[in-house]
Design a protein around this ligand. Structure first.
Ligand SMILES: [Zn+2]
Length: 458
């Protein structure tokens, strides 16, 4: 996409009177000298107390932003933990007002320290550093044709500046320069953060590209001006409204519907016409009993839990295909084929574990890294969602999510997981796996893990 080389006016020199600070406690109502041109952006941040006035109501818009001030302001904007605490840096003591936000921003990868172990909190933030911060804080990745006379078209600085300009957050100067080493002042910083949080303030939204459509699943879904309940609601969307979405900010998503634009919580959205069809595969069966021990036949355990999973998923509107519903033999090849031929989008195989060492115990879930990255990433997520619920509801040891090349997950084009409920060979695990109560617990955990996965995926 062609991009203008620079955008007209720099806001750097336009602020005459303005009142913001990072450290004060002033109220928005007192900040009567906010410049008209950027009053929307500034008030937007005042709403969330990202910016506050100084106690003496002074302003100082030309004052440069220090690195500790930048950490504090971005921390508030992103809702990071600002609790003062010990940090990784020799020059940021716990007593520093910014210690919590600095440590949080560093943990999130939004800011970095220096190789000598210092953070240099009072150093001035430059426009180049600001580009890094914005890129990381707002997960910007799109680039376009961008040229600045004073930024070499290689290296990480160019990439960071390119992404923030492409996203319409920052711009260059009329002379075609970006001035990456210039310090940034507080007025400029505030405008950039507001643009990061809310695209309606951006210089250009040409690069705001729809990533899909969603259907509202709540009776009345609040639309807010920012990604959080602390932002003002500007409207609501009725159930079944189809909206266009652009990007996620945590659990919140920026959308448009006609002329209405804003943020809604993603938990109340579903993908349109998502098929959600899963194949559930109870391991073994017929002439193949699987593991046997402590009075349990694995094939019976697997089928029993699988049928309970099917029942719960049916109620949730997820179509379920079974590789077997009775005590019959089904080859591994046929199990995979049933999943693929049925048009399923996901595959889950259910097993019980066994070991010669009867002390081995616990729950684990496997996926395979075979196939495309998309498939293996989906398989990993599927396995993690299931495992995280399963060991807890069974009260078994968490043996974790693992990779292995079992046929039904390895030779499978669908995202796939193979669950080992517990050890039939272990008396404690077996006692649970014998009981209908724990089989219900297991089925519920697996079904909800699958729902978690679909929510993540779509
Ligand atoms: Zn098995």
């Amino acid at each position: 996409m062609f991009k203008r080389i620079f955008y007209g006016l720099s806001f750097l020199v336009t602020f005459c009177i303005m009142a913001i600070s990072m450290g004060g406690t002033g109220l928005a109502a007192y900040l009567t000298d906010i410049p008209e041109k950027y009053s929307s952006e500034i008030n937007y941040l005042l709403d969330r107390k990202v910016i506050t006035g100084y106690p003496d109501q002074t302003f100082r818009p030309e004052v440069n932003v220090t690195r500790e001030e930048a950490a504090t302001m971005i921390g508030r904007a992103m809702g990071l933990n600002g609790q003062q605490r010990t940090t990784s840096f020799s020059d940021v003591p716990q007593s520093s007002y910014a210690s919590g936000y600095i440590q949080s921003a560093v943990e999130k990868g939004i800011l970095t320290g220096y190789s000598d172990g210092t953070f240099r909190p009072e150093n001035k933030m430059t426009r180049g550093e600001m580009a890094y911060l914005l890129k990381r804080a707002f997960n910007l990745s799109s680039t376009s044709y961008v040229f600045f006379s004073d930024v070499a078209k290689s290296g990480t600085q160019y990439t960071a500046i390119n992404t923030v300009v492409t996203a319409g957050l920052a711009n260059g100067y009329p002379d075609g320069s970006y001035r990456p080493n210039n310090p940034i002042n507080r007025a400029e910083f505030a405008v950039l953060v507001a643009r990061g949080l809310n695209p309606t303030y951006r210089v250009s939204s040409a690069d705001l590209i729809p990533i899909g459509e969603r259907i509202v699943t709540a009776d009345s879904l609040n639309v807010r001006v920012g990604p959080g309940t602390e932002y003002k609601a500007i409207g609501s969307l009725p159930m079944n409204t189809k909206i266009t979405i652009y990007y996620f900010h945590g659990d919140w998503v920026y959308f448009s519907y006609g002329s209405l634009k804003g943020f809604v919580h993603s938990a109340y959205l579903s993908a349109p016409n998502t098929k959600k069809k899963i194949t559930i595969d109870p391991g073994h069966g017929g002439s193949d009993p699987g593991a046997i021990g402590n009075g349990i036949y694995e094939k019976e355990l697997n089928l029993s839990v699988a049928l309970k999973v099917k029942k719960i998923l049916d109620q949730k509107g997820i179509q379920v295909v079974m590789t077997r519903t009775t005590d019959t033999s089904v080859s591994l090849q046929d199990r995979v084929k049933i999943g693929v031929d049925s048009g399923s989008d996901t595959f889950v195989s259910i097993h019980g574990n066994s070991n010669l060492d009867s002390s081995a115990n616990g729950t684990e879930t496997y996926y395979s890294i075979a196939g495309t990255n998309t498939r293996s990433e989906s398989s990993k997520q599927l396995s993690s969602f299931i495992q995280n619920r399963l060991y807890k509801s069974l009260g078994t040891r968490n043996r974790g999510v693992k990779t292995a090349e079992f046929y039904v997950i390895y030779k499978n084009p669908l995202p796939a997981a193979l669950i080992e409920l517990g050890f039939i060979s272990n008396s404690s695990d077996a006692q649970k796996l014998s009981s209908d109560y724990y089989r219900n617990q297991a089925a519920e955990a697996i079904a909800y893990g699958i729902v978690d996965y679909y929510n993540w995926k779509y």
